[in-house]
Write a protein that binds this ligand. Sequence first.
Ligand code: FAD
Ligand code: NAG
Ligand code: NAG
Ligand code: NAG
Ligand code: NAG
Ligand code: NAG
Ligand code: NAG
Ligand code: NAG
Length: 477
Amino acid sequence: MISYIYITILLIATISASTHLLPFSKCPKEDFLRKCLDYYIKGSVNFRDDLFAYNVDLNIEYNKLIIHFPVAFVHPVDILDIQNTIKCGAEFNFPIVARSGGHSSECYSIGDKDCYLVVDLVNLNKITVDVTSQIAIVGTGNTLDSLYYKVNLYGFAFPGGVCPYVGVGGLILGGGMGHLSREFGCSSDNILDAQIVLANGTVVNNAKEYPELLWAIRGAGNAGYGIVTALTLRIHPIQKVATYFYLTYDLDQTPLIISIMNQMGNNLHQNLSFIMRILTSGSQPYIYGIYLGSADELQSHIHEFINLSKPKNVSYIEGDLYELFNIEGISPEDGETFKLKSFFIDSTGLSEEGVKCLMKFRENFKCELGFEIALLGGRINDIKRNETAFVHRGFMYHMIITSIMPSEKCLQDLENFSQYFQLKYTNYESYQNIIDRQLDNWQYRYYGESFEKLVEIKRKYDPYNLFRWNQSIPTHI
Ligand SMILES: Cc1cc2nc3c(=O)[nH]c(=O)nc-3n(C[C@H](O)[C@H](O)[C@H](O)COP(=O)(O)OP(=O)(O)OC[C@H]3O[C@@H](n4cnc5c(N)ncnc54)[C@H](O)[C@@H]3O)c2cc1C
Ligand SMILES: *[C@@H]1O[C@H](CO)[C@@H](O)[C@H](O)[C@H]1NC(C)=O
Ligand SMILES: *[C@@H]1O[C@H](CO)[C@@H](O)[C@H](O)[C@H]1NC(C)=O
Ligand SMILES: *[C@@H]1O[C@H](CO)[C@@H](O)[C@H](O)[C@H]1NC(C)=O
Ligand SMILES: *[C@@H]1O[C@H](CO)[C@@H](O)[C@H](O)[C@H]1NC(C)=O
Ligand SMILES: *[C@@H]1O[C@H](CO)[C@@H](O)[C@H](O)[C@H]1NC(C)=O
Ligand SMILES: *[C@@H]1O[C@H](CO)[C@@H](O)[C@H](O)[C@H]1NC(C)=O
Ligand SMILES: *[C@@H]1O[C@H](CO)[C@@H](O)[C@H](O)[C@H]1NC(C)=O
């Protein structure tokens, strides 16, 4: 109820503050679209005049920086519903976008302007596990949490992201990095096959029979090639006991711990995640991670780091991997807006000057600011840049800067800082899943030298650019 009231207020506030189409007025050809959908679609369809249901749908967007209003949310119950949604949408010129978990940081799962037709995949929530062949077939309407839970029942794990409430569709198709990626690679490296509904309505049941399409969706599958309805994933058998560790520090130790991470990061054990965070403006740094094995074994891998970096407190929790994943399960704070910036850092690490620059910016920033530096390496870097559409290989860290509830001024300051910081201290590339509308030359920052090939493949599978938004792969360079 609270969120319903919230979003209603948000709607009204947005209307009065902008020239966007009124949410209760109609999109061009909306009546035709409605007739078509009413006739063909078995699942529920919420237009703007279904105020309550429409608001619930809109509110699924995790970032509350909602600035536009879809014509309707369709909840297909099967593949035929998706094919028919595409037919109706295309016939009446509505751009179409898929939504899995709604965690796009720019709300691209409701498009980039008013009047998108949103295909919400929530009903495609089947998961089947084949223990013998070590695969899972996963509907893209699932959250990571359901996937982790299901494979864990059989003694398996899948390398996804750290936050269990993110959608399988958006995260896995655009890379996917988390606690197990040093050991098993990115999520997209573990896509073996997929079922996709193309722009012309054709269903590709086995993307592996279309090698270039499969190549493209392993890293750019959430960038406009079609609606991916199911993924066949490689899952990995794991030992029974895993260990979560948590090291706390004082703020003035930050330069020291980053310099020790730089020194030791390339040699830390591969079955270990290692993430350093300062979450908010007032908080202290900590390092946490998960190791696949016992606390005793883990200690033997990180004691040197602990000796050198001198944490204030060290704690270990041994347990079942699924339970450990949920320790970090921060659930969304209702009503928050946020802005994320992504940086990759080369194998020498973040320089002392870079750390100084970051800490100084943090001190002077007028809004809430947090950052995290996650150790990459291991299996992620064993794979060649051109083997999939996820090119970001050979880096030591991925770093995210987060501003919560940023003002306009803070957004500008963050943008100015990020450009300078990226130019001076980090690699040119940025992570496509931390999608960022302000990013210049995003085509090459996200996809590197693979961008041209991605455009060619897009032209083949979606020649009329039915699946399009500001940062989808275009049909022409
Ligand atoms: C709180 C939070 C934590 C995060 N943690 C991590 C992390 O640990 N590791 C990591 O790698 N990333 C992380 N991310 C980034 C995350 O990978 C992206 O936001 C991802 O796009 C979210 O997927 P989704 O399905 O929830 O999003 P959605 O908003 O539903 O989709 C994102 C994009 O993918 C497209 N899309 C979604 N499903 C499909 C589909 N089935 N077929 C075709 N296109 C589709 C949508 O159209 C949209 O453009 C995090 C983001 C947030 C907000
Ligand atoms: C998309 O791009 C257009 C034109 O560049 C811009 O006006 C609009 O604000 C952008 N929308 C989003 C959501 O980034
Ligand atoms: C890492 O964990 C996997 C799966 O539990 C195990 O098979 C492998 O031997 C471990 N690797 C190392 C180097 O210990
Ligand atoms: C860590 O420090 C302790 C005591 O200070 C010492 O006994 C131990 O040998 C050190 N271990 C390493 C790996 O440096
Ligand atoms: C250190 O961690 C343990 C748990 O491992 C906890 O019980 C204790 O309170 C912590 N101490 C401090 C000073 O935070
Ligand atoms: C990747 O590049 C190498 C040459 O550098 C080439 O031989 C190989 O075929 C390419 N692989 C793909 C999948 O494009
Ligand atoms: C932009 O960032 C640079 C580097 O942090 C800083 O020197 C400069 O003053 C900033 N400019 C503005 C307008 O904030
Ligand atoms: C749809 O597009 C795909 C990919 O280009 C093609 O293989 C298929 O034949 C097309 N289907 C129809 C009905 O045109």
